[in-house]
Design a protein around this ligand. Structure first.
Ligand SMILES: [Zn+2]
Length: 420
């Protein structure tokens, strides 16, 4: 049991200049004003965390990532999309189960260090990724970026073996994208997700070339194509959603698709600007993701929130096109729901205790409004503590479940092995 006190509390529903949170097991039993805690816990068996006046908020939910790509950070820098892709893909051939595990664990260290408590991932060697998720204590939705029917069907065994794990692991079905699969593969993804009763994670309408190619191949845009073959009849995380027509946006609304907005990656690879304000105004669920570290190049969801807000404002030339609280909701509650972790993303009694605490001594985090401090002033390096499912996994530079020194040592040999 933890009593977190002396924090500026942002719950996702309300904020308190001096708040407190009490957790018991994996759940929150109180989140609110410190002075009006109705039943202060008996202090035996309770660990007190003094937040030192720092912000306490829901843990961030990274809705689109490729964790092991932390080992490819910086590769192909400043190249156009397709040159970058061939550079990265050549090295991806050299991944082994061991380097996938190491890469996933390094990514998890970076995510926890930056206050992220759950992430949705698409890569390969998923069993090794899930082992890293289980060993570290973080929460994740894992899929394979399938390009074949065989790849799609491999989710059946993965789901049987791993879906569940304290409610921390979800296995959805991953389809890499329209341009890397044919109609049989896409139909198999839809069918497999229906059979398993889960959702699909897919790249959609990231670049102009992808949309033009899809129209040539199928006569319609990617959202219309996926709707036609039934892929949108299950829950969907659609990464990017940059190049959308008004009719595409209607399709996303009709099927309750979760668009995972990746502002840094879309700028880094010069893909374009997703119409976030328009999507939100029309009722699309928009979450936020970092994408892989090879096209970002950080997994810092605070920076991602800031970019999402600023990009929306400048692209619409409207400073009110999005509010700080909206951006936090995208990066917490909406992201959690996209991954199938419906109870996460808000600090309220009865919900899972996934949260982070920022540095109370940081002078830039004491502005007029907590939400504004979180989105416009904070960065991942301000995080002092990250808790997932009621367990402290990161605190003041130390990891409680990960041998950080070992992982750092393995990182350099793993990087070398990818360059062979
Ligand atoms: Zn991606």
């Amino acid at each position: 049991m933890y009593l977190i006190k002396n924090v500026r509390l942002y719950t996702g529903r309300a904020s308190y200049e001096r708040g407190a949170v009490i957790t018991d097991g994996g759940r929150i039993i109180y989140a609110g004003d410190e002075a009006s805690m109705t039943a202060p816990p008996i202090l035996g068996g309770v660990s007190v965390i003094d937040g030192g006046g720092g912000i306490c908020m829901p843990g961030l939910c990274d809705a689109h990532c490729h964790a092991p790509m932390v080992l490819l950070r910086g590769e192909g820098a400043d190249l156009p999309l397709f040159d970058w892709l061939s550079c990265v893909q050549e090295m991806e051939e050299n991944f082994t189960p061991e380097t996938i595990y190491t890469g996933t664990m390094l990514a998890i260290m970076e995510l926890l260090r930056g206050g992220v408590t759950s992430f949705a991932d698409m890569y390969f060697e998923c069993a090794d990724m899930i082992r890293a998720v289980i060993d570290s204590g973080i929460r994740a939705n894992i899929t394979r970026g399938s390009t074949s029917v065989e790849g799609v069907r491999s989710h059946i065994d993965l789901h049987r073996e791993f879906d569940g794990a304290d409610g921390r692991v979800r296995v959805y079905v991953g389809l890499h994208g329209e341009y890397t699969s044919d109609e049989n593969v896409a139909r198999a993804a839809a069918e497999t997700a229906r059979e398993l009763g889960v959702g699909v994670h897919v790249h959609m309408s990231e670049s102009r070339g992808e949309v033009e190619g899809c129209i040539e191949r199928h006569g319609v845009t990617p959202p219309a194509y996926f709707e036609r073959i039934g892929l949108l009849d299950v829950p969907v995380i659609a990464a990017h959603c940059v190049h959308l027509t008004d009719a595409d946006i209607d399709i996303l609304v009709r099927h309750g698709v979760y668009a995972a907005h990746n502002p840094a990656s879309n700028m880094y690879l010069a893909s374009g600007i997703a119409p976030v304000a328009k999507m939100r105004a029309r009722g699309v669920n928009v979450a936020i993701g970092t994408d892989g570290a090879a096209s970002n190049n950080t997994l810092d969801m605070f920076r991602e929130m800031r970019l999402a807000a600023l990009l929306s404002k400048v692209s619409t030339m409207n400073a009110s096109s999005i509010a700080a609280a909206d951006v936090i909701k995208m990066a917490t509650e909406t992201g959690a729901r996209a991954m199938g972790f419906d109870e996460c993303g808000v600090l309220e009694a009865g919900r899972p205790a996934d949260l982070c605490i920022l540095d109370g001594g940081a002078l830039h985090l004491h502005g007029a409004d907590i939400a504004s401090d979180i989105v416009y002033a904070a960065c991942g390096a301000d995080v002092r503590l990250t808790m997932v499912n009621g367990r402290v996994l990161y605190r003041d530079g130390e990891y409680t479940t990960i041998d950080a020194e070992l992982m750092r040592a393995l990182a350099s040999s793993a990087r070398k092995s990818l360059r062979k």
